[in-house]
Ligand binder design. Structure first.
Ligand code: PLP
Length: 367
């Protein structure tokens, strides 16, 4: 079984070291057969690798040597008075964010291709995660971040031995700098945005929720959206479960953006299928993506599931962080934004007794 990239015209490409983008559009992974042998899965270690028949590897046993035990994060009620509102604690991942799901798969794929050096760009957490798995897999790693990235994230990236490139200017200028070096130096681009293998890791978010809810899916999942790597992963994951015949219904996917940077939310409201560039500044730095490359895919996934996209009021993000901490959940501001949006829209988007899963995906130790 080999795993093939498709471009927007469904032309096929074998993934290699150098190609990170087709001439037009962006690569996706060609769908392949996945299975969920429940009785066997139950016997395995509590990590995301327990779903190996649904991951894009032929020999996943060898790849486990790069694992840091990621996945199978707790799913708990947000509050004891509302047992139907659950949080998925992805901030307990090895590097403190959900990005470990995607980075572990992407770095394992890079290793399979024989890659010895990678470049990635990030607003912090994706770079941290790629750096950690590269350390584990003995791959040299260059991480490009905006100069304004918070000190704790910079320190964490450097601690994993990655070479840090601090780029003045916007998040977009950081991506351009990384892509220039990828092209000029012929280095593997371990991009969480462009490389579809990243989504093959983030999809395990959906598998775990299904297993933790005793092989059912919730009515709604609420996830933050910057580039959409968690939202699209969740979408692909639920699709895998549906195609394998283990679930019948799709949960509605609700994306969260912040008031200060909401290109996808705006496009959704205006019923456009591509996102609109806009970033007026936000406390939620991890979702401050003005021009999300897969914005149209995010919109399509939300529409297909009958979902919605909501925004976090800027003024509520700090207090949402405090409020979550007082419930015992210590998260970074970007994650607090998900909760702030949830509170703002709770009455308009939730029916009573619906089962909802909200992602808490970045640790408060980072900012
Ligand atoms: C990366 C990240 C996000 C946004 O994810 P996208 O893939 O850009 O949509 C949200 N929260 C945290 C904590 C993150 O690390």
């Amino acid at each position: 079984m080999s795993h093939i990239f498709l471009d927007s015209k469904k032309e096929e490409y074998i993934p290699n070291h150098y190609q990170w983008k087709p001439e037009k559009g962006i690569y996706d992974l060609k769908p392949y057969e996945v299975k969920f042998p429940v009785d066997e899965i139950k016997q395995r270690q509590p990590t995301m690798w327990r779903y190996k028949e649904a991951l894009p590897f032929d020999k996943s046993q060898d790849l486990l040597s790069f694992s840091l035990g990621e996945g199978m994060t707790p799913l708990l009620p947000l509050d004891k008075n509302e047992q139907n509102i659950l949080v998925k604690m992805d901030y307990l991942m090895p590097t403190g964010s959900f990005k470990d799901r995607g980075a572990s798969v992407l770095v394992a794929k890079a290793k399979e291709l024989g890659v010895t050096t990678v470049i990635a760009d990030s607003s912090g957490n994706a770079g941290t995660s790629i750096a950690a798995y590269c350390a584990r897999a003995n791959i040299r790693c260059h991480i490009y971040v905006p100069d304004s990235t918070v000190p704790k994230k910079l320190a964490q990236i450097e601690a994993y031995g990655a070479e840090l490139h601090r780029i003045p200017g916007t998040r977009e200028e950081t991506a351009e700098a990384a892509q220039r070096d990828v092209e000029e130096k012929g280095i593997f681009y371990a991009s969480h945005v462009y490389n579809p293998f990243f989504y093959e890791g983030t999809k395990t978010f959906a598998f775990e929720i299904w297993e933790q809810l005793n092989y059912k899916v919730p009515d709604k999942v609420i996830v933050p959206v910057g580039n959409g790597t968690l939202l699209l992963g969740a979408y692909i994951g639920f699709k895998n479960l549906k195609n394998a015949g283990v679930i019948r219904h799709f949960p509605k996917i609700v994306g969260v953006q912040s008031e200060g940077c909401q290109p996808i939310a705006k496009a959704f409201r205006e019923n456009k299928n591509t996102s609109i560039v806009e970033n007026t500044g936000t406390e939620a730095e991890g979702i401050a993506i003005a021009d999300p490359v897969r914005g149209d895919q995010v919109l399509q996934a939300i529409k297909e599931t009958n979902g919605a996209i909501i925004t976090a009021p800027e003024k509520d993000i700090k207090s949402a962080k405090k409020e979550l901490a007082l419930k015992g959940f210590f998260v970074e501001p970007t994650t607090a934004a998900t909760y702030a949006a949830f509170k703002e829209y709770k009455n308009s988007i939730l029916n009573p007794d619906e089962v909802v899963v909200m992602s808490l995906c970045g640790s408060g130790l980072k900012k």
